[in-house]
Ligand binder design. Structure first.
Ligand SMILES: O=c1ccn([C@@H]2O[C@H](COP(=O)(O)O)[C@@H](O)[C@H]2O)c(=O)[nH]1
Length: 243
């Protein structure tokens, strides 16, 4: 199966994707207005999209930011495919589904993007949520380790022709070796030294994630909940340049 063409829409080659998880639109935009689209991309997830809808995506795009629409579609193939096409209509840079929705769902999602050609967003699939550890998988009947199960789902995702996966940075070296350099690894659960893990379980620092070869690191609360989010973002960028 052929891979989707990567979008040429990108405004930056920064590996950082800030998870814009706010319950307040003005607070989110106040932060966004202090940062530069060349320094990061922005991720809009379930919280902000449910509260503020597609207009928020347009508000970020009009400020020059690439948007990763992180709605993790997981549904019957027809519904997931139509949702992915709706995301492409919004002009987002990246969109995702859950790999556990299965091969037919992922293939339908990929095919839904064919009409968008070069303007199609990157399509990736979530493997094992970075908040999950072995005991969480055992609770749902999966006896493989998170890395093993994530690799099975990542291989399936690649066979379905998607552009990459969401996984933990802890899995990056293994997945780059198993799946090749071109297959994108998008890694939440990034925690600068000293920041709280919170509900995340499979975490890594930005510097180690960079060394492990991730393509994009998703960072939310360590930036957005800090006293000075824009300065925290600049500090992380500086630490990556120095590493
Ligand atoms: O496996 C996954 C998939 C998605 N996420 C999302 O990333 C951010 C992480 O935010 P932090 O505040 O840095 O923990 C959040 O929006 C999640 O929905 C993830 O964490 N893990």
């Amino acid at each position: 199966m052929t891979l989707l063409a990567s979008t040429s829409r990108s405004a930056t080659d920064s590996p950082i994707v800030v998870a814009l998880d706010y319950d307040n639109r003005d607070k989110a935009l106040a932060f966004v207005d202090q940062i530069n689209p060349q320094d990061c991309r922005l991720k809009v997830g379930k919280e902000m999209f449910t509260r503020f809808g597609p207009q928020l995506v347009h508000d970020l795009q009009s400020r020059g930011f690439d948007v990763f629409l992180d709605l993790k579609f997981h549904d019957i193939p027809n519904t997931a495919a139509k949702a992915v096409a709706a995301a492409a209509d919004l002009g987002v840079w990246m969109v995702n589904v859950h790999a556990s929705g299965g091969a037919r769902m992922m293939q339908a999602a990929r095919e839904a993007l064919v009409p968008f050609g070069q303007d199609a967003p990157l399509l990736i699939a979530v493997t094992v949520l970075t908040s999950m550890e072995a005991s969480d998988l055992a609770d749902i009947g999966i006896t493989l380790s998170p890395a093993e199960h994530a690799e099975r789902l990542a291989r399936l995702t690649q066979q379905c022709g998607l552009d990459g996966v969401v996984c933990s940075a802890q899995e990056a070296v293994r997945f780059k070796s198993a799946l090749g350099q071109e297959f994108k690894l998008v890694t939440p659960g990034i925690r600068p030294e000293g920041s709280a893990a919170g509900d995340q379980r499979r975490i890594m620092t930005p510097q180690l994630a960079q060394q492990a070869g991730v393509d994009y690191m998703v960072i939310g609360r360590p930036v957005t909940q800090s006293e000075n989010p824009s300065q925290t973002l600049r500090d992380i960028l500086a630490s990556l340049r120095e590493a």
